[in-house]
Design a protein around this ligand. Sequence first.
Ligand SMILES: [Zn+2]
Length: 71
Amino acid sequence: MSDAAELSCKEAARLMSKRQDVALTNDEQENLKNHLYQCLSCRRFEQQLGFLRQLAQRYSKGGAATENEPT
Ligand SMILES: [Zn+2]
């Protein structure tokens, strides 16, 4: 039985926020993945989250990025 419970967009958003702080369970990951696969608006939301996260990390390190940036 590999049928995952269908997530609502609200649930998906909650999981995506949660994922930034703690690891999701296998079920949660699977459900989220399935939802993202068929939901464009949540995929966009995920991209935005990732982007904001990168920005936040960069600024929290006082500009010392881990990427190749000129000093
Ligand atoms: Zn959705």
